[in-house]
Design a protein around this ligand. Structure first.
Ligand SMILES: C[C@H](/C=C/C(=O)SCCNC(=O)CCNC(=O)[C@H](O)C(C)(C)COP(=O)(O)OP(=O)(O)OC[C@H]1O[C@@H](n2cnc3c(N)ncnc32)[C@H](O)[C@@H]1OP(=O)(O)O)[C@H]1CC[C@H]2[C@@H]3CCC4=CC(=O)CC[C@]4(C)[C@H]3CC[C@]12C
Length: 268
């Protein structure tokens, strides 16, 4: 993948704002098409989210009014990814940046403007809460170019939206606009163009103000119980819940309510 030569403008920007980490895909001239530099920076950002207790929530967005146009097709034309599979050079750890085979332990909110095509819609499926401007465009276009959605969509999309619609989107590569994506439940909010990031911050602030142990425990149970029978989930649910109830924060929450003041959670 070509890297941006100007190191003062990396392919992905990472900034912390209080308890929030904001990750911005940053190749607007290529509609934020993925580069290996971008994917490696994202990988580091995900590790930072999971390991830094100060970070309670993360936002993924794109620069310039675009989310992500997927794999860089100009690079793929010059150096077909298939060659690296054949030569054995393929390094599957690159897929961690796309949140494939790796999940954050803190909530991740997608703020989408413009195109989120192929790899763009693939990474979206690794996020928890999704906000989009009304003209945002989604799609899993890989089959149109005789490529495979290696970002995980053949597995994830049928689990996240109705089977027949997932099959249609994956097999036709047909793009959909934000209102249809909301109707399908692929995204949760459609907002006026240009305001997706502001809405994502609003939701992130609400999450960051909550008890971090409770938030992370809820997310853990949501993830761990995916696809399991309910009866096989209650033992872990009880264990994870008990750990939250035993925390100092679980005493601070009710106390703050009674004292009519905002809670001061410490994550302990
Ligand atoms: C499998 C995983 C994902 C695959 C894919 O994503 S396939 C890519 C599919 N993408 C598309 O189909 C989108 C194409 N673009 C469009 O449809 C439109 O451009 C748009 C709707 C996005 C925007 O339309 P617009 O009218 O606003 O703007 P335009 O005028 O069209 O565009 C403006 C400007 O931007 C350029 N542009 C747009 N999109 C792209 C693009 N995708 N690539 C390059 N350039 C783009 C356009 O040309 C214009 O430029 P201009 O100069 O002005 O003409 C893969 C995801 C990651 C892969 C791994 C990556 C790392 C690896 C490296 C290896 O060596 C081995 C393999 C691998 C691990 C690799 C494996 C596969 C992935 C996991």
């Amino acid at each position: 993948m070509p890297e941006t030569a100007d190191t003062s403008s990396p392919d992905c920007l990472v900034e912390q704002d209080g308890h929030k980490l904001i990750v911005t895909m940053n190749r607007p001239e290529r509609r934020n098409a993925l580069s290996s530099q971008m994917l490696r920076i994202m990988e580091d950002a995900w590790d930072r989210v999971n390991s830094d207790p100060e970070i309670r929530v993360c936002i993924l967005t794109g620069a310039g009014g675009f989310f992500c146009a997927g794999m860089d097709l100009s690079t793929a034309n010059e150096k077909p990814p298939g060659d690296s599979f054949e030569s054995g050079d393929f390094d599957p750890t690159i897929l961690k940046g796309l949140l494939k085979g790796f999940r954050l332990t803190k909530p991740l909110i997608a703020a989408v403007e413009g195109p989120a095509i192929a790899g763009g819609t693939e990474i979206l499926q690794g996020t928890d809460i999704r906000v989009a401007g009304e003209s945002a465009k989604f799609g899993v276009a890989e089959a149109r170019w005789s490529l495979y959605p290696l970002g995980g969509s053949a597995v994830r999309l049928p689990r996240q939206i109705p089977y027949t619609v997932a099959a249609e989107l994956l097999l036709t590569g047909r793009p959909i606009l934000a209102p249809e994506a909301k109707e399908l439940g692929l995204i949760g909010h459609v907002v006026p163009d240009g305001t997706a990031l502001a809405k994502a911050h609003e939701l992130a602030d609400m999450i960051a103000a909550n008890g971090p142990l409770a938030v992370q425990a809820i997310l853990k149970t949501m993830r761990d119980s995916e696809g399991k029978h309910e009866d096989d989930c209650w033992a872990d649910d009880a264990k994870v819940g008990a750990a939250v109830f035993k925390s100092d924060d679980a005493k601070e929450g009710p106390r703050a309510f009674l004292e009519k003041r905002p809670a001061q959670f410490t994550g302990k």
